[in-house]
Design a protein around this ligand. Structure first.
Ligand code: SF4
Length: 387
């Protein structure tokens, strides 16, 4: 099958009720309430992945759980099973609207938990709200924000006892209270639409803010947080990283024996109250593992737009990276797996050719072109040596 020279931009994200066709079948994305699965739910999802999908689960950059390789004729049966587990909304519009990223470090009954519940209820009731498919909210209301590097259009952020609402891309915020935060977030979403933030149904908050600035009522200082997730013990449990954000279904089921799981936006799982998870296939437990320095998208053959395979090459090159250097291997110029600049990016341009980009995104001007996977494996120092 030929692949397009220019990647297609869909402008929406797959859900469970509105799956997307990919090179290996349907992509079914599960938006678990509060990003949490009980052991019973996790075991059941693992079994469903093996029965209806390819037996591998992905954790997306928005902390969703994704099944791939689902046969279209099996989709209805899969959805019925997921609905019984309480993991799927009643309709596709609500599923798309309920795009909330909750800090993985929330505790039962704390303000992050309560605000996320209130926001979820408010979005469920706002059936007239037609937001772009990728538009999302972040509830990051701990003592300091931990998700400021993660894409979200509207952010509720904590700073000690204070709480603020911020439009993504703005350097000022609106002070809110726990009681007002959810309604204020919805009001900001409506402001985004009224200001023309989504012409033709597409758009992101940071682009609108760059054009016209934040609402006049936003003038407070922004809460600042710097957090880097690494595998190991963390608040509420143990963080385990997943190679390329994927986990074999049987490993997922085994992991459920350690406790309830929370999905994180860092391609990691937080296992509640766990502290002694042993090595399992596909898990990265060591914070110095070089695979943590590489990002690779699905690539060929799983993605219809991919021009080459990505993950084997990324795995092979990882041990050759200097500490602290980040490599992104992208199956095409879209760069889904790492939309930001990386120290080094390899962008596939043909079945076995890659452009090499330094300090840029996947579509940026390359420093080197027409590198084959074999040449890269044979001389990986090309990644970091000066031209
Ligand atoms: S970046 Fe990767 S996953 Fe995204 S469209 Fe291109 S090949 Fe597919």
């Amino acid at each position: 099958m030929s692949t397009p020279a220019t990647p297609k931009v869909y402008g929406w994200c797959p859900g469970a009720l509105r799956p997307m066709m990919s090179g290996d079948g349907l992509v079914v994305r599960i938006r678990a309430p509060l990003g949490r699965l009980s052991p019973a739910q996790a075991r059941a999802v693992a079994a469903l992945s093996e029965r209806f999908g390819n037996g591998v689960l992905d954790v997306s950059a928005r902390a969703n759980l994704q099944m791939r390789g689902v046969r279209p004729e099996a989709h209805a049966e899969l959805i019925a099973a997921l609905q019984q587990l309480g993991l799927v909304d009643r309709d596709a519009a609500l599923e798309a609207r309920r795009n909330i990223l909750l800090t993985p470090f929330w505790r039962d009954g704390d303000r992050s938990h309560r605000i996320a519940q209130a926001l979820s209820d408010a979005l469920a009731a706002a059936s007239d709200l037609r937001l772009p498919g990728k538009f999302g909210f972040a509830v990051d209301a701990g003592d300091t924000p931990v998700m400021q590097d993660i894409a979200a259009d509207i952010r509720i952020e904590g700073a000690g006892a204070d709480l603020s609402l911020r439009a993504d891309g703005a350097d000022v915020a609106l002070p809110v209270t726990e009681d007002s935060a959810a309604d204020a977030a919805l009001a900001l979403a409506r402001w985004f639409l009224e200001q023309g933030g989504a012409p033709e149904g597409r758009g992101r908050m940071h682009r609108l803010i760059a054009r016209r600035g934040p609402p006049a009522s936003h003038g407070a200082d922004v809460a600042r947080g710097a957090y880097t997730a690494t595998p190991g013990l963390a608040a509420c449990g143990q963080l385990v990283a997943l190679e390329f954000g994927q986990i074999p279904a049987d490993t997922f089921a085994t992991l459920a024996e350690f406790g309830r799981m929370r999905l994180t936006p860092w391609r990691m799982l937080l296992v509640e109250d766990a502290h002694d998870i042993a090595s399992l296939p596909g898990l990265i437990l060591d914070a110095t593992d070089p695979r943590l320095q590489v990002t690779a998208c699905t690539g060929a053959p799983g993605c219809l737009q991919a021009r080459a395979a990505t993950r084997d090459l990324a795995r092979n090159l990882a041990p050759h990276l200097p500490a602290g250097t980040r490599l992104h291997v992208s199956g095409c110029a879209k760069g889904c797996a790492h939309p930001k600049p990386a120290d080094v990016t390899l962008t596939a341009t043909g079945p076995d050719t890659f452009d090499l980009i330094r300090n840029g995104r996947a579509e940026a001007r390359p420093a080197l072109t027409c590198l084959t996977a074999r040449a890269l494996r044979a001389a990986p120092d090309v990644l970091t040596k000066d031209p």
